[in-house]
Design a protein around this ligand. Structure first.
Ligand SMILES: NC(=O)c1ccc[n+]([C@@H]2O[C@H](COP(=O)([O-])OP(=O)(O)OC[C@H]3O[C@@H](n4cnc5c(N)ncnc54)[C@H](OP(=O)(O)O)[C@@H]3O)[C@@H](O)[C@H]2O)c1
Length: 253
């Protein structure tokens, strides 16, 4: 009986990985983003989160004028002359639209912990964001999703493929596949950044990035600080426009 239950579980877990591979994004040729003036004003969605906060700090250090979008502005706790903090919720199209107006680029590090049932916060919230960007002519979107989707399915390692994703995160990852599809169907110059398991470690500047990053066996990790810097690197770079690079630690500095 135990053997049958275990076999059924493994079939479910592998079936889910295959479904995430098929439903998620498999980027085609890179988009041509054309010449654009370097961004000056950037909007950070999920700014009070653990990656979002690192993006805000990094963006200010790089000299951008930053708008931080947060449900609870007090949670951010950063003050800077080039920082505006706006209260908003991604599922409220009006607050998203007001925040997007006048920006040059958007970085999205949206996430939540309502894992245990169906949710569309990531896909619906990103849909609102994309509509606002198209309305206001804001072209560059850099959005954090995750390894384990589309052509990176299975690349979080076996622990995630056989346990974490099928048991804890199936609804969340399904929403992420829809989020990626929405982004890819938009008229923006998008970059989807797919990190491995996130840590609170320091910035190392040593990253593997691109297609094929990750491992089918071992859990690959990367610090939020490194992901934030990689995302900021994409604001004015054409290298990954229309692509979904994986990122994990390692590689040359
Ligand atoms: N944990 C991992 O190992 C891992 C691995 C790969 C990828 N990722 C993905 O990477 C992303 C960032 O992860 P993280 O750990 O840095 O995230 P996090 O700390 O959970 O931050 C997510 C942010 O999104 C905000 N948010 C949630 N719902 C919102 C809404 N309706 N409107 C506006 N903002 C909302 C949260 O706001 P509040 O502060 O108000 O809650 C929070 O500030 C997530 O998508 C996550 O799934 C995580």
């Amino acid at each position: 009986m135990m053997k049958i239950a275990l076999a059924l579980y493994v079939v479910y877990a592998i079936g889910l990985a295959v479904a995430l591979a098929r439903a998620g994004l498999r980027p085609g040729p890179a988009l041509s983003s054309g010449p654009a003036a370097p961004a000056r004003r950037i909007l950070v969605i999920g700014a009070a989160g653990r990656t979002g906060r690192r993006i805000v700090e990094g963006a200010l250090a790089r000299g951008y004028r930053v708008t931080a979008f947060a449900r609870d502005p007090a949670k951010l706790g950063i003050e800077h002359p080039d920082l505006s903090v706006v209260r908003g919720d991604v599922v409220d199209p009006g607050s998203v639209d007001a925040a997007v107006a006048g920006q040059d680029a958007v970085l999205c590090a949206l996430g939540h912990n309502r894992f245990l049932g169906p949710s569309d916060i990531l896909s619906e919230g990103t849909g609102n964001l994309l509509r606002a960007m198209e309305r206001h002519g804001v072209r560059r979107l850099v959005c954090e999703t995750s390894l384990g989707i589309g052509d990176s399915a299975g690349r979080m390692g076996l622990w995630y493929t056989l346990f974490v994703i099928p048991v804890i995160l199936p609804f969340y990852f399904w929403d992420k596949t829809r989020q990626e599809r929405r982004i890819a169907g938009s008229a923006t110059d998008w970059v989807i950044v797919r990190p491995g398991a996130l840590t609170g470690g320091p910035r190392t500047g040593r990253l593997h990035h691109g297609r094929g990053v990750g491992s089918l066996l071992w859990t690959v990790r990367v610090s939020r600080a490194d992901v934030a810097e990689f995302m900021l690197d994409q604001v004015d770079s054409g290298a990954y426009v229309g692509r979904a690079p994986g990122v994990c630690r390692g590689g040359p500095a």
